[in-house]
Design a protein around this ligand. Structure first.
Ligand SMILES: Cc1cc2nc3c(=O)[nH]c(=O)nc-3n(C[C@H](O)[C@H](O)[C@H](O)COP(=O)(O)OP(=O)(O)OC[C@H]3O[C@@H](n4cnc5c(N)ncnc54)[C@H](O)[C@@H]3O)c2cc1C
Length: 469
């Protein structure tokens, strides 16, 4: 362990004035997005109530059908919201970051699915006059005779497949690529549900306002996917024409890939962000992989640094100079965008140092205002670059070598007997007053979160990027 102590220096006030503006804007967007979601749910419930939904609650069979309609409407709103959450809409990407959006997408997706199951059961039961034993025949009748219902059934099968493979236990048994491919069927499932909503769904068409609402929501979901998931990455990739310039081994199965392209200053990338990359080397190009920038983008070149963990990452070793690269991004809010304080702390484990190394280069700070705690097992990555940042920028670097010392601890062996909290307070006594940027394995990052919270850091100043899916 080595610590470089550098005395603090005055803070540039112009920079301080700007800091936090984007974080505040993001907070407003998050509040607005949550309000829009609840408003949408309240609106369809209001239309349901006004359309006789509450009056129908009187008799048993009508009550079932009425509740079936309500659950169907709520499920449909959430179905489209979960598409919007993963559509890479820039304003949401900035406000939440992709891992948080994925977490919300998961919660909204499961809720929508459960409501859809309730809708299916309640409507069928209601149409069977509230008699359970008649429901199988009624279900058959509904599927065969009602317009759009065969398509909706096919859509439901797609969604069941996606949800089953997304349950954590099942997900662990699947390769990322297989899971991702199955997940694309969700779009088909959502698309197949639309006709039955239009042809049989009274609430969709009974007034100009409801028709406008539903078409706007459908249009927004489909349009966002087409624009931000498909068109924008294609346009960006064509416009910037990225190519590999060199692949440099960093040791321990890790390589750095350097790339250049046209007008990279207009790519809009910031240190700490990541792209999803496709190297056009052969058949493997269909599988995109997310990697963070490991150097601050300088407008002329980009660098990623990748650990060989499987087929995709391992193949980078043999990528040739001149190879074309397609990108999606930049994504993520582990960047200057999230910063609100003058002082920062970076906490990294293993290859999780990549975005933090870039941030340590790009963020503005004066000597003594930025500290890096870096956990690694054998040999640190970027040791010379970190030494230079320490020398030239006054970055304090605390190296934490060794295997994890105990379950639940994020520190390496060789630290001694001090608790994680005591050690953190020793290295960074004012941790609670800083922005803390964290990157490493999920479980490790959770341990860091617990310790920083115990040290008094407010949760909104803990910025983390997860390398998991
Ligand atoms: C936002 C983000 C930034 C990342 N940045 C870096 C980085 O800078 N350097 C680095 O070395 N690694 C990074 N990773 C992890 C990297 O994406 C995976 O290690 C890589 O995709 C593995 O692919 P593979 O085919 O070699 O391995 P596989 O054999 O397919 O899988 C090996 C491991 O990687 C996981 N994985 C596979 N594909 C993905 C994927 N598309 N997204 C997330 N996890 C996946 C698998 O669950 C498994 O645990 C990042 C991941 C994310 C989500």
């Amino acid at each position: 362990m080595s610590a470089v102590a550098v005395p603090p220096a005055p803070v540039p006030t112009a920079v301080t004035a700007r800091r936090g503006d984007r974080a505040r804007l993001d907070a407003v967007v998050r509040t607005g997005a949550a309000a829009a979601l609840w408003l949408g749910l309240a609106l369809v419930s209001y239309w349901w109530a006004g359309g006789g939904g509450v009056a129908d609650l009187g008799s048993w069979a009508l009550r079932l059908t009425s509740l079936g309609r309500l659950t169907g409407l709520l499920s449909a709103v959430l179905l489209l919201v979960q598409v919007l959450l993963m559509a890479r809409i820039p304003v949401l990407e900035h406000a939440y970051g992709q891992d948080e959006l994925a977490r919300k997408h998961r919660i909204v997706g499961f809720t929508s699915f459960n409501l859809m199951l309730a809708h299916l059961v309640l409507i069928t039961w209601g149409y069977a006059a509230g008699e359970l034993r008649r429901t199988p025949a009624t279900l058959w009748d509904l599927v065969i005779r009602y317009p759009g219902m065969l398509l909706a059934t096919a859509g439901t099968v797609c969604l069941v497949m996606v949800v089953v493979t997304s349950v954590k236990a099942a997900r662990r048994t699947l390769r990322y690529e297989s899971w991702h491919l199955i997940h694309l069927y969700a779009y088909l499932g959502v698309g197949l549900a639309l006709p039955h909503q239009l042809w049989t769904g009274h609430e969709f068409l009974h007034s100009a306002a409801t028709t406008l609402f539903w078409w706007a929501l459908w249009g927004a979901a489909a349009g966002s996917v087409l624009v931000w998931r498909i068109a924008l990455p294609l346009v960006r990739s064509a416009r910037h024409a990225l190519r590999v310039t060199s692949v440099v081994p960093e040791g321990q199965g890790i390589v750095s890939v350097y790339m250049t392209g046209r007008q990279l200053d207009r790519l809009g990338a910031e240190a700490g962000q990541f792209f999803t990359w496709r190297f056009l080397t052969g058949p493997g190009w269909t599988r995109a992989h997310p990697y963070s920038l490991s150097a601050a983008p300088d407008g002329r070149s980009l660098r990623i640094t990748v650990k060989d963990l499987g087929d995709g990452s391992g193949a980078l070793r043999s990528v040739r100079r001149g190879t074309r690269v397609l990108v999606e991004g930049p994504y993520g809010r582990l960047s200057a965008r999230a910063r609100t304080r003058r002082k920062v702390a970076f906490i990294a484990a293993g290859v999780g140092i990549t975005p933090l190394r870039a941030l340590a280069e790009e963020l503005d700070y004066v000597p003594g205002h930025a500290v890096l705690l870096y956990r690694f097992t054998d040999k640190p990555l970027f040791d010379r670059e970190l030494a230079r940042l320490s020398r030239e920028r006054g970055l304090q670097v605390v190296m934490l070598p060794g295997h994890r010392r105990a379950p639940g601890s994020w520190l390496g062996a060789g630290i001694g007997q001090a608790s994680d909290l005591a050690a953190l307070r020793y290295w960074v006594p004012d941790i609670a007053g800083r922005d803390v940027y964290v990157c490493g394995p999920d479980a490790w990052a959770e341990d860091v979160r617990r310790t920083t919270e115990a040290a008094g850091l407010p949760p909104d100043r803990f910025h983390v990027e997860s390398f998991g899916w």
